[in-house]
Structures are given as C-alpha cells and as structure tokens.
Design a protein around this ligand. Structure first.
Ligand SMILES: *Cc1c(COP(=O)(O)O)cnc(C)c1O
Length: 387
C-alpha cells in the first residue's frame, strides 16, 4: 500500500520482538551472538543475513534508516554519528584523488571548513559558486567534476536554488547532485523527487527536534548508499543505537512539528519586517523574498529559520541577544526551544572575512531558530530588546 507521509513516518520499519512491545526496542549491544561457528562464518562472509557487530548493522539503526529513506522517497539510507560525518563519508566514499567538486558558497560554516581544510588535502579540487546562480554551476563544470554539493534553502539567509533545473545540468554531465536537506527535512522538501541523487541530513536538528543528540544520514539509491555504508563501517562514524532510537521517535512527529515551526516563524517574520530598527528580514515565507515563487513551488512549507539585520552592526546585535530572556543563546537549531545566534562570530566564525562577506554574513545579522513556544511570548521577548 502506498501510504502517505505521516503514516510512513509512524509505521515504516516498525517491527516487534517476541516480547511484543508496542514502542520499538533499543538494541544496545555492540555485537551479536551466533548459534554455531558455521553460522558466524556465514554471517561474516555475508552468505547468511544477520547482524554481526553494531559498527556494521544494528536493528534500531536499521529501523531509523528505513523510515528516513521512505520519507525521502529514496531506495536506501545509511545513518552516521553526525551530520558532518554524513557529508565527509559521502565525499570520501564516492570521490577519489584528482576529482573535482562544485559547492555552494552559502553552506553551513563547518561544511565549508571541511571542504577547504580537509578534502583539499586529498587532492580534490573545489570551486564555490553562488547557490542560486544556475549558470555559475554550469560554467564551473570540468571533465573531472563528480559532485555538486549544496543546501537549499541556505542557512541563515534562506537563499534557494531550483533543484529540478540544477539536476538537468548535473545529469547531462554525469555529476552526483547532493542536497543537504537539514533545514526543511523531508516533511517540507523532497530533493530526490526533484532530481537530486543524494540527500544528506544533520538529524541533530529537526529530525531529533528536541536538541538531545547528534546524528546524520545519507539517502539515495542502493548502489550509492552501499558505497557510503562501506566507508562508514570501515572507518567507524556509525550511529549509536540509543541515538538512532531518539531519531526514530523524532520522525514520528516530524511533519506536525515542521508545520508548527513554520507557522510560528512566519508570524515572527511579519512582525520583524514591521519594525523600524530592523534593516532587513530574511524568511522564505515572506512575499518580499526574491525567490518567493520558486520557494512556493519547490517546498511544501517555509521552515523555522528567520534571520534579520539590525542597524548598528555587532554592538546592536550583541545587545539584543544579551537582552532576551526566553530565547536560548546557542548555535543549535531545529529545537522545540527558540534559539538566537550571531552567525558572524559563531557558526560562521571560522570563515575568512572574505568568505563571510561572500556569504553575506554581516556583523548586524541575527539568526533565530523559531521553536514551538507560544509565538506571542517570543515576539514580546524580542520586542523588549529593541525598544
Ligand atoms: C548542523 C548542520 C550540519 C552538521 O551537522 P552535525 O550534526 O552538527 O554534525 C550540516 N549541515 C547543516 C545544514 C547543518 O545545519
């Protein structure tokens, strides 16, 4: 039966042990035992299915992988210990020395640092382009280009690229189009349906949704995912069963939460846009967004990230951040708790001044990850800081 999103989110990968528990069990075990030496030999040589060791497979991790693959409309998924591990494993598994990557300049700060300081050590070249500039992507393609890497929408500024159009360019050149879908989650955007080959998640954010653990995932077709799984099982950034269980439970309520985050964020963005001290508001759901039509056609919601630029630069930004009472000063996002961040000195602090300016991360920029508190209270909290 071809079920709908919420049914998949709650029912996929669901199975019980002989104890007939209703909530999925957590298999906290590093290894698995065999009935005989013959069975052990068969499982190790993959002549017989069965779990061997939790760095390779674990039933709780497997349930999470199946559920996320179903929600992204993908054949397969491999879970990792963090979002960064997912990005690193994808690149290391699929590329080799001498290959070339075209990447968006408007990505999570650590993703840029990973490319510039670690991936380049392996003789893999990288060109950065503006996320929305389709001709820049096309013009950067070389004979050895293997991967397009991007986030859409970008964080914190909500830039977007037309995934379907970009996938035409990547397919024509035999390049793997890889989309980090952390900011919207599969509840609000399905890059694979739009032509992406690989989707990456920092499940730490909305998939957990409650700020408890780190996790990551890579989804795509079986051939690609088996290569990434091979890298993960050999090098070790596997997801723990405990964290997989948290993520599994997070997926149950993902679409409800994403809708609530989006509703709250839209209300906050409209309010911010009406304030004099605020120079500019960045939110995908504002009709003033320069790519509003693309956003509406590509996404089924706007998400929870609202950023704004305050007059007076860093001094004013710090003043506002310090004066809030309810919002948490932390760089995490995708939590039930609203968080407030100064990107230039935190998430994007390790970029060079030039890289930061290229990404439009100015000193007066504040990012809010809008949580699930009553939005009237969040607005009141921000209001008392700007008056
Ligand atoms: C947080 C984040 C990452 C990194 O994920 P971790 O789980 O912190 O390793 C990657 N991409 C995006 C878009 C993120 O927000």
């Amino acid at each position: 039966m071809n079920t709908k999103f919420n049914t998949k989110a709650i029912r996929t990968g669901y199975r019980t042990t002989t104890e007939q528990e209703h909530s999925e069990a957590i298999f906290l075990t590093s290894s698995f035992v065999f009935d005989s030496a013959e069975q052990a030999a068969n499982c190790f040589s993959k002549n017989e299915p069965g779990n061997v060791y939790s760095r390779f497979t674990n039933p709780t991790v497997d349930a999470f992988e199946k559920k996320l693959a179903a929600l992204e409309g993908a054949q397969a998924c491999v879970a990792t210990s963090s979002g960064m591990a997912a990005i690193f494993a994808t690149i290391m598994a699929l590329l080799k020395s001498g290959d070339h990557i075209v990447a968006s300049r408007n990505m999570f700060g650590t993703s840029i640092v990973l490319l510039n300081t670690i991936i380049t050590k392996f003789n893999i070249d990288i060109n950065f382009v503006d996320l929305s500039d389709l001709s820049a992507w096309e013009d950067s393609v070389k004979n050895n280009t293997k991967l397009f890497l991007l986030e859409t929408p970008s964080n914190p500024l909500g830039e977007v690229v037309d995934i379907a159009m970009l996938s035409k360019i990547s397919k024509a050149n035999h390049i793997l189009l890889t989309v980090d879908n952390t900011i919207l989650s599969p509840a609000l955007q399905n890059p694979i349906a739009l032509g992406a080959d690989i989707v990456i998640h920092s499940a730490t954010k909305y998939i957990d949704g409650q700020g408890r653990c780190l996790a990551g995932a890579v989804v795509g077709n079986v051939n690609i995912i088996e290569q990434v799984r091979g890298f993960v099982r050999t090098t070790g950034p596997s997801l723990s069963a405990f964290n997989a269980w948290i993520m599994l439970k997070g997926l149950d309520t993902l679409s409800l939460r994403m809708r609530a985050h989006s509703d709250n964020a839209l209300k906050l963005a409209f309010w911010l846009e009406a304030q004099d001290q605020i120079e500019k508001v960045y939110y995908l759901g504002l009709p003033s967004h320069h790519d509003y039509n693309l956003v509406k056609s590509q996404q089924s919601g706007f998400g929870g990230i609202v950023s704004f630029e305050i007059k007076g630069g860093k001094k004013s930004a710090f003043k506002i951040i310090n004066a809030t009472n309810i919002l948490s000063i932390t760089a995490n996002l995708g939590d039930t708790k609203s968080t407030i961040t100064h990107p230039a000195t935190t998430t994007h602090g390790r970029l060079t001044d030039e890289e930061r300016l290229d990404a439009h991360i100015t000193d007066g920029l504040i990012r809010i990850s809008v949580g699930l508190e009553d939005i009237k209270d969040i607005i009141t909290d921000i209001k008392q800081t700007v008056v």
